[in-house]
Design a protein around this ligand. Structure first.
Ligand code: PMP
Length: 417
């Protein structure tokens, strides 16, 4: 008899039977409130009827219409619909299957378009598990160590993590931009630098919103030096932060946007978008993949974007996110172990620390585990593992937010008493 590999590290012992909206029904009959959404994927909740219907219908038409062999209707429809959400001028879209593959695609595009070798990523960033994506990832050594050598040509610049530095945000941004300029002066000349890649909110790196002034500083430097600015919106995009794209908070336009997770409510599909001029610098056939832009996933993507539009889910993410944040800040006044609460929209993080700000991973884990007993599913993140992240579905209700907060409050009590 085969068993699952221990390579998989499980956050909970739950085995799912079925799920509806924000609720997961386990095989033992327990009903959990899901604030993990498959790591920020099930944007329209579990099994939204419109998404299920679209996928069912497509399965009966064609499942796999390999997109370099024959094109299919759902991908053309998805491209048209996604186009209405894409940043101005980014009207050329390439599809893959996972976030990591789309990250790889963006790096290839930046290198091919500029003819330059180097990529600069930022401390605490998470960009995926494939070798190139892992080379850009500094959210923890667990994502890199043991399988070196990783991809060359990557340099990592500081991220303005003001809370950890113990500075105000403006000082942290000034420091990080100075360090970036120094890196461009001493290690990776602009003429050798193809791209900057950054998340609008650090995800696995600790749920830290990237300061607006930092994103604006990157935009200025990218313009000045002809460097491709890549926004990894795999986790923060598609409405999660209360704006459609996480970078909308900074009012900037990237050169390449990467999307995946929330795009199709759980069906695997990812994409990069750029201007036709930038995409045109890569030769036809330079990228592809057997499963990229799968027909069922694309149909689910069309349905997902339709639901997001019709049900005003971006606005709901903003409003429910504010309620969640207010509740978390109230819990922070009650529990001394909560050092920092932060996030945007429905992407909120709670960092556990000792009084002197030393990261406290054991309390974060104890709270996450106690929450399972309260029938609330949560995940941890951050290099130290001391941040609990809350990622409800974009259509979570106000009642569900309050139920989640009271379950979390109970979990905090039992884990810290
Ligand atoms: N980029 C970001 C910002 C992510 O959060 C993730 C997944 N957590 C990835 C890339 C990789 O996506 P995937 O796991 O689908 O390869």
């Amino acid at each position: 008899m085969a068993t699952l590999s221990p390579i998989l590290k499980q956050a909970t012992p739950v085995v799912v039977d079925h799920a509806v909206g924000s609720w997961i029904h386990a095989t033992d009959g327990t009903k959990y409130l899901d604030f993990t959404t498959g790591i920020g994927v099930t944007s329209t909740g579990h099994c939204h009827p419109d998404v299920v219907a679209a996928a069912r219908e497509q399965v009966g038409k064609i499942v796999h219409a390999q997109y370099t062999t024959v094109m299919h209707k759902p991908l053309l429809e998805l491209t048209e619909l996604l186009g209405s959400f894409l940043p101005q001028g980014l009207d050329s879209v390439f599809y893959a299957t996972s976030g990591s593959e789309a990250v790889e695609a963006s790096i290839r595009l930046a290198r091919m378009a500029t003819g330059r070798p180097n990529i600069i990523s930022f401390q605490g960033g998470f960009h995926g598990r494939t070798v190139a994506a892992a080379s850009l990832t500094t959210a923890g050594t667990k994502f890199r160590s043991g399988f070196s050598p990783i991809m060359g040509g990557v340099h990592v610049a500081p991220f303005p993590h003001w809370y950890r530095y113990g500075w105000d945000e403006a000082t942290a941004v000034e420091f990080a931009l100075k360090e970036l300029d120094h890196l461009l002066l001493t290690i990776s000349a602009p003429s050798d630098t193809a791209g900057f890649i950054i998340e609008p909110v650090l995800g696995d790196g600790g749920y830290i919103p990237t300061p607006v002034a930092f994103l604006q500083g990157l935009r200025e430097r990218a313009d000045k030096h002809g460097i491709v600015l890549i926004l990894d919106e795999v986790q923060a995009g598609v409405g999660r932060t209360g704006k459609f794209w996480g970078h909308d908070w900074a009012g900037i336009t990237p050169d390449v946007v990467i999307t995946a997770k929330g795009l199709a409510s759980g069906f695997p599909i990812s994409a990069i978008a750029a201007s036709a001029a930038l995409m045109g610098k890569a030769w036809p056939g330079s990228q592809g993949g057997t499963y990229g832009g799968n027909a069922v996933a694309a149909a689910a993507g069309v349905a997902t974007l339709g639901v997001i539009q019709r049900e005003n889910l971006v606005e709901n993410a903003l409003l429910r996110g504010d309620e969640l944040r207010t509740g978390l800040e109230a819990l922070q006044t009650e529990f001394a172990g909560i050092g920092n609460v932060r996030g945007r929209g429905l992407m909120q993080g709670v960092e556990f620390t000792a009084a002197d700000k030393t990261p406290d991973a054991s309390t974060a884990l104890a709270v996450q585990q106690a929450a399972i007993k309260e029938e609330l599913l949560l995940l941890t993140c951050g290099p130290h593992g001391n941040v609990i992240r809350l990622i409800p579905a974009l259509n979570v209700s106000s009642d569900e937010i309050h139920v989640g907060l009271s379950k979390l409050s109970q979990a905090l009590k039992s884990a810290t008493s």
